[in-house]
Design a protein around this ligand. Structure first.
Ligand SMILES: Cc1cc2nc3c(=O)[nH]c(=O)nc-3n(C[C@H](O)[C@H](O)[C@H](O)COP(=O)(O)O)c2cc1C
Length: 367
């Protein structure tokens, strides 16, 4: 572990919200809510540990947005009604008490839902069977079924779900900001992706047309939470069911996706790749972080993916990131910022923490 040069320890603002440093905990689904989607005491203690460990920003696990098709996993938390939002409140308060800001990640699973207690079957932009297979550590098994193509009414319902959930997250739960989950193969990414979106209405077509759903979700969220609350969106090429997917239009797609979101008025973009420092496209030098900085020059930028080696995290800041999010590195080191500032080595990630099911283990909240 190289020693830190310190840029990660400087404060930074997203919209008007100040973060005490540039260390964020990446969103990580831990299927540890009650069956009804309410957050638990165990979750409060798990998240608080990262705040105590010095992270300036925490982002929740993907939290479902409606009582229709949004839920992806059994025991996933929701923001789809008042009871779910109220249950998040002590979780947020515990993190805030230790000095961390806390953003709610809002997620609609779409075609890759593998557990939904409200509806049978799945929906997506088009009736195309998802690639890959369901994740056993989230209680999944076998292939994903083919979804039903969403009607216009279902699309509007999904957008309204994001907006109403964002309002609950801020007004009831007390979150400091909203992250729209536009990455990793879930519904918004299904609209962004050429092979899962074959629509020829206003929600499909070329890359710009395929951003229409993301933009509509963002605008609906913004209308509910107002200008002062930070609202960002997470974007990736790879998907949980298709890790190696690359944008066919390469840099041109990056320009359209990041540029369109910037024009729409998002406060930040959270870029994630398996290994975020690597070139985004074969034969090019630039990473997706660099492209996001180039085509969304004024936005705050969060970088994520394999950056737990601090020299890589520092390099991400040098290539334009304002904040670096840590996933597995944070699971292994809930006190990662404090360890680094004390010059202590980081622990290696132990995959057994996520098995056989990815729920929060007792050792993750023991003090
Ligand atoms: C157990 C686990 C659950 C995850 N759940 C989510 C999620 O709910 N939302 C999301 O955007 N990304 C999720 N991710 C992806 C992480 O946020 C992150 O992008 C990934 O782990 C790569 O970053 P890292 O190398 O720092 O771990 C999850 C990752 C892990 C390991």
């Amino acid at each position: 572990m190289s020693t830190t040069k310190g840029s990660l320890f400087t404060p930074v603002d997203i919209n008007a919200l100040s973060l005490c440093n540039r260390f964020a905990v990446a969103p990580m689904t831990r299927v540890s809510a009650n069956e009804d989607g309410t957050a638990t005491e165990r979750m409060a203690r798990y998240y608080a540990r990262f705040a105590q460990g010095g992270f300036g920003l925490l982002i929740t696990e993907g939290t479902y947005t409606d009582q229709a098709f949004a839920q992806g996993y059994r025991y996933q938390p929701g923001m789809a009604d008042e009871a779910q939002a109220l249950a998040w409140r002590p979780v947020v308060e515990a993190a805030n008490r230790h000095g961390a800001r806390f953003f709610a990640q809002l997620m609609h699973a779409g075609a890759i839902s593998q557990g939904n207690r409200f509806r049978d079957g799945t929906v997506g932009p088009s009736a195309i069977q998802p690639r890959g297979s369901q994740m056993a550590f989230y209680y999944g098994n076998g292939a994903y079924p083919a979804p039903v193509a969403m009607t216009e009414e279902q699309i509007v319902e999904a957008i309204d779900g994001f907006a109403a959930s964002a309002e609950r997250a801020v007004a009831i739960a007390g979150f400091d900001g909203i992250e729209i989950h536009g990455a990793n193969g879930y519904l918004i990414d299904q609209f962004l992706t050429d092979h899962t979106n074959r629509r020829n209405d206003r929600w499909g077509g070329d890359t710009r047309a395929r951003t229409a759903f993301a933009v509509a979700v963002f605008k609906a969220v913004r209308a509910k939470v107002g200008e002062d609350v930070p609202v960002g969106i997470r974007i990736s090429q790879g998907k949980v069911n298709d890790f190696t997917h690359k944008w066919a239009g390469r840099e041109r797609d990056a320009e359209v996706v990041f540029g369109t979101l910037a024009d729409a008025g998002v406060d930040y973009i959270h870029v994630t790749e398996q290994e975020a420092w690597k070139p985004a496209f074969d034969g090019r030098q630039d990473s997706l972080v660099t492209f996001a900085r180039r085509y969304a020059p004024k936005l705050a930028l969060i970088a994520n993916g394999g950056l737990q080696d601090v020299s890589k995290a520092e390099a991400a800041v040098e290539s334009g990131a304002d904040v670096v999010a840590f996933g597995k590195g944070a699971l292994a080191n809930p006190d990662l910022p404090r360890r680094l500032s004390a010059g202590r080595d980081l622990a290696l990630f132990d995959p057994s923490i996520l098995g056989p099911v990815a729920d929060i283990k007792a050792r993750e909240f023991a003090s």
